[in-house]
Design a protein around this ligand. Sequence first.
Ligand code: NZQ
Ligand code: ZN
Length: 387
Amino acid sequence: MLGNFIYSNPTKLYFGNNALDNLPVALKDYSRIMLVYGGCSIKKTGLYDRIVKLLKDSGKTVIEDGGVMPNPTVGKLYEGCKIARENEVDFILAVGGGSVCDYSKAVSVSTYCEGDPWEKYFIKFDEPDCKIIPVGCVLTMVGTGSEMNGGSVITNHAQKLKIGHVFGENVFPKFAILNPEVTFTIPDYQMKAGFFDIMSHILEQYFSGEDDNTSDYIMEGLLKSLIHSTRIAVKNPTDYEARSNIMWTATWALNTLVAMGKSTDWEVHMLGQAVGAHTDATHGMTLSAVSLPYYRHILPYGLDKFVRFAENVWGVSPANKTKEEIALEGLAEMEKYMREIGVVMNITDLGVTPEMIEGIADSTLVMTGGYKVLTREEIIAILKESL
Ligand code: NZQ
Ligand code: ZN
């Protein structure tokens, strides 16, 4: 039975190859814009120049905060808050991928926060009770869904923790500009990591609950579109149709819609984030490296759903097979797809050694919404399987 919920998503989307033209209108109520970006990719592609010109032509004061690293750190967050506060910015424009968007949301709730934002939001999971600076985003990297959700993931290397806080609607981006052409320049490794991140977001929500939920049918459709389009995009990264479908799927995979009425799991992300906290590896690849050992481990506890996954997503024929055989064949098809796309299949390739397993297990949060609440021994076993 579908549980009770309230659904609303305040982010306005501008989609398509002329979406950036809408930037001046989207920013009409703001004047002191903090322009947040990552390394040099937006300067190389010319996006930086186009955006600065649009901002200057519409009379904005531009305050720059570049150098946001993949897997943004708490140290960088403190730096951004100082820039925002000293310059009294009234809007944060994130131009980049999930790291830049997540960081911008963290700065938005932390600039006027009393006390330490890391402690408040990422350890105690308190909600903001201070002034929030609105955020908008020009997305350049596809995968996280950060453009239309309240998620913000920050890494604290000293504490060996990578933690996400899912903030409420007041922290969602006010708008997101999605131009699929901008994604053509994403490096191959990042592109593929993003593809698997999308798949993982859908699976984290799909593999929970045993009831008849509309969200599961939507997710099967999203998965089929994703599998189809990513197979095209890895061969031809500038295929606009494939890249635009992938961009749109990524947004719907994690903009809260398909979570409605579901408990949702997120244990693969907890394992992946723990690997990330110890290695600083690329997010999507930390997920691909642990997913199959995790799903094979929990399969007996959610068998009917794994059977449904095999039949409806991968087209496995059930004829003359046991439920276990059908379910395992579904995961074998998923493995074939992952190898075809070219994602990382084990944590050794991400720099993990057997000696690091205990520490990574200590950094892994245990979720309760999936088919099995993991014990520490199970976490260690899954991590060892993933080596
Ligand atoms: O820094 P620059 O030079 O811009 O280069 C970036 C970066 O090195 C490059 N890139 C991005 N767009 C490009 C491009 N290069 C050329 N052309 C373009 N158009 O790609 C690299 C990776 O960027 P990043 O933003 O780190 O990737 P992603 O979007 O995968 O974000 C990862 C972060 O998001 C968090 C992850 O944990 C990780 O910290 N997540 C956020 C979520 C959320 N808000 O809901 C959910 C996710 O599960 C995830 O945890
Ligand atoms: Zn993710």
